[in-house]
Design a binder for this molecule. Sequence first.
Ligand code: NDP
Ligand code: MG
Ligand code: MG
Length: 340
Amino acid sequence: NAKLYYDDNADLRWLTGKTVAVIGYGSQGHAHALNLRESGVNVIIGIRPGRSRDRANEQGFQTMDVKDAAQAADVIQILTPDHLQGPLYEECIKPGLKPGKALAFAHGFAIRFKQIIPPNDVDVFMVAPKAPGHLVRRLYVEGQGTPALVAVEQDATGHALDIALAYAKGIGATRAGVIQTTFAEETETDLFGEQTVLCGGVSQLIQAGFETLVEAGYQPEIAYFETLHELKLIVDLIYEGGMGAMWYSVSDTAEYGGLSVGPRIVTQETKQEMARVLKDIQDGTFAERWMAENAKGRPEFNRMRRDAKEHPVESVGRDLRSMMSWLKPSVVEEDGIQKE
Ligand code: NDP
Ligand code: MG
Ligand code: MG
């Protein structure tokens, strides 16, 4: 059974008198830093000069180069992009480590795939919120929390879990519940989920459905509503009450059609491919491919990004969404936060 922790199981005093360096001030970084500060934790920001540093300064944080932050802090939380963490660690963080300090992560990639190999005398833990940073921040402000995963890879002090749980409490995660896992389990399941179901699977399913309708001569606007827009309503029902709540709410026709046709769309072959994808993740093939793609300057990634952006479902969607007065602009557009 999964081990769960709530507010009562975590004690912020494990961070009393300590300095936490949040490295990076992007999606997760700004949320962790602001939430921790409001929970009474002493936070500094390690960040290179640029937009992120300017934002952190505007929000009243003491900012400094990553090297200086790593020197100054007891807990070093690395919230820079995963594929860049290896070189940043070697150059700027490792020199600042001392026995008894803690190295923290919000995702296990760099540790699991040995981009970072920490010395034995530091704690290594993870607090991984299960939501984008903007939500981690918004829920905290509203007095709620974001569920998170916690894991300890190295327990040099004998209190790595206590410190990790204090950190989780500081960002508001124990208000919602924190589940204990390992770096390997978190990393492998996170990559698998985003590749096969959440990001990869869903986007391909939408595109294929949209294309099939449009190629058959139906209006793209109608296709957009039937294959993309309504997805949110369905997902909300599943999120709140499982598949059962969704089947209960849709018509009997939709339920019969969905139950009988679904397995023709996601087939045994799909599941076999999922198993191959999982194997590529587990044996490091995917991580190697991703790091090599970055080393080459991302030629394939950039091409796929462009293709995805230029897909008709996107232009139709932009036009339709601009007419939906009840839709707030997406947080991403609102904050102008651009992923590199
Ligand atoms: P972002 O891309 O939003 O932010 C990255 C930050 O790192 C930026 O502030 C950027 O600053 C800074 N940065 C990049 N390179 C350097 C460098 N060489 N030196 C100093 N600062 C640098 O990252 P995320 O918040 O999305 O991801 C951070 C971590 O959180 C990752 O491990 C990710 O897997 C994990 N995570 C992310 C989630 C999400 O939903 N986004 C959810 C859960 C975990 P600059 O403006 O200068 O580029
Ligand atoms: Mg992920
Ligand atoms: Mg319908």
